[in-house]
Design a protein around this ligand. Structure first.
Ligand SMILES: Cc1cc2nc3c(=O)[nH]c(=O)nc-3n(C[C@H](O)[C@H](O)[C@H](O)COP(=O)(O)OP(=O)(O)OC[C@H]3O[C@@H](n4cnc5c(N)ncnc54)[C@H](O)[C@@H]3O)c2cc1C
Length: 324
């Protein structure tokens, strides 16, 4: 029987949508193992986030609200997560495989002497609890068993539908923390978020990605124009990032962000496996490439063999006419 603790991912006082994918994972695991799940919200001024997660049927919503956690550090948050995990008697501690989860959860695993499975995409079909996770840039799926009493897991939330509210409201319980910001060896000096009016890449329903085929930073304007016409987020390949057409925050793929939008449009992208690892779960994939042999066409639902410098502006113009 698993006692699962889901760590809520949030920013700017708002719950990040990925948390709802982790709740779905927790529900699946609880159903399989006959267990139950709780939620934990950690930070400062997180009352609204705690309220936002009370309707999902968790046994409890644990809240650590402390001025000592006003600024995120992996050290401080890992200590707080471990504290709340012990308090909840958690046997599985799960979080999004987001920047937060990737940074914080391995430290949590050390603190809890727990084995860890990262980037989990599903549960194994056997009788026991095993976790399915991609390996080799997503070319194979491995099924891993964790043999320690406590498991720490990060979940690829694009693989799990967002949970809908169900199961009634959960009681909220405040938990004290021993974290002292002054005692930590890490201090956050400055935080410079990417400011954009467009949706966040990992949460967007539509993503327009550009590759080396764009040829220059200035040319990326046609990607931005199409994104704005569709209310979409912008993404890129590593080649486009390396060529400094766009900042690396926008990179999709094995060493970038994992996206699973309803619609992904890739322009001037060959479709290397490392890029596909980050977007092949999009519901509909559209590729624009002048080379009909480009590997991206093997995963595309719609392929347009053509010059992106003609196709993208035409598409944008037509969308604007339809909107206007
Ligand atoms: C360890 C490792 C990790 C990596 N991680 C990532 C990652 O996370 N994400 C990632 O993206 N890559 C990653 N890469 C790099 C990856 O292998 C590829 O090099 C990269 O994805 C290629 O980017 P691209 O498709 O933009 O460029 P290219 O492969 O050069 O493709 C450009 C495409 O544009 C087309 N094109 C050119 N002009 C036009 C035009 N006018 N109209 C239409 N089409 C045109 C061409 O036909 C071509 O198919 C990684 C590599 C390694 C080794």
């Amino acid at each position: 029987m698993s006692k699962i603790l889901v760590i809520a991912d949030h920013a700017g006082g708002q719950l990040r949508k990925g948390t709802l994918g982790v709740i779905t994972f927790a529900r699946q695991l609880a159903a399989k193992s006959g267990g139950s799940f709780d939620l934990a919200v950690i930070g400062q001024g997180v009352g609204a986030v705690a309220q936002a997660v009370t309707g999902y049927g968790a046994g409890k919503v644990y809240v650590i609200d402390s001025a000592e956690l006003a600024k995120y550090t992996a050290q401080g948050y890992a200590q707080a997560v471990a504290e709340v995990a012990r308090k909840a008697g958690a046997t599985v501690v799960a979080a999004c495989a987001s920047s937060f989860g990737k940074d914080c959860m391995p430290r949590v695993a050390v603190k809890l002497a727990a084995g860890m499975a990262s980037e989990v995409v599903g549960l194994g079909n056997g009788a026991g609890v095993t976790y399915v996770r991609p390996m080799w840039a997503g070319n194979v799926l491995g099924e891993v068993e964790i043999t320690t009493p406590v498991h720490v897991v990060t979940v690829r939330t694009a693989e799990f539908d967002s949970a809908a509210p169900a199961g009634g409201p959960s009681p909220v319980e405040a938990v004290a923390t021993t974290v002292s910001a002054a005692a930590l060896k890490q201090r956050l000096l400055d935080f410079r978020p990417t400011v954009s009016a467009r949706p966040a890449l990992t949460e967007a329903r539509v993503v327009i990605a550009g590759g080396r085929g764009l040829k220059s930073k200035d040319n990326f304007k046609i990607v931005y124009d199409l994104a704005d016409a569709l209310g979409a987020a912008v993404g890129a390949t590593r080649a486009a990032v390396d060529a400094e057409f766009i900042e690396n925050d926008y990179q999709i793929g094995q060493t970038g962000k994992i996206v699973a939008p309803d619609l992904y449009i890739g322009a001037g992208i060959s479709g290397a496996i490392q890029h596909l690892a980050g977007m092949k779960n999009a519901k509909v994939i559209v590729a624009v490439n002048k080379d009909e042999e480009a590997p991206i066409f093997t995963v595309a639902d719609y392929g347009l063999v053509g010059d992106l410098f003609k196709v993208l502006p035409e598409l944008t113009a037509r969308l604007k006419v339809r909107k206007g």
